[in-house]
Design a protein around this ligand. Sequence first.
Ligand code: IMP
Length: 176
Amino acid sequence: MKLKLILPERKIQKKVASLARQIRRDFPQGELLLIGILKGAFIFLADLARHLSRPVEIDFVRLASYGAGQHTSGKIRLQKDLETPIKGKHVLIVEDIVDTGITLRYLCSRLRARKPRSLKIVTLLDKPSRRRVDLTPDYVGFKIPDQFVVGYGLDWAEAYRHLRGIYALQSAGDSN
Ligand code: IMP
């Protein structure tokens, strides 16, 4: 496998700071709960929380899709639930990448049933051309084409999460 840098660390950090500014404008005060989706969003959530420069609560969920591979199988279950009640709270889901949208659609419908005061989504990356369900994140860092990416928390078979930049994963024979 070959890695091709598509988003260097500096560009990601500038974008995270700008997403944080937008979110802070929309939620200037009051309680705000960030919900990170494990595992991929852990680095983005850590950077975003620090750039927000305001108090936030933090919790995590872990979702599993039946079957392995690079893409969501379509059937999702909640493998690790929240530890925090969300009723009446402003909630912001923090996701690394939206692909088909199936994972987030499932999570949003599970969380909406618990009656949060508001429910929004921030994603660092979005692959709109891959969408299979009607789902539009409220805050998007970068729109990217249909390619498999790793780094900055994102993995391929658990590898590459530690990289500071984001890379497209290419098979060795790929000349792009
Ligand atoms: P969706 O349900 O199809 O939107 O899938 C979203 C999830 O699939 C993300 O949270 C990632 O875990 C995974 N995923 C989708 N595309 C990529 C990618 O390019 N690299 C790494 N993980 C990805």
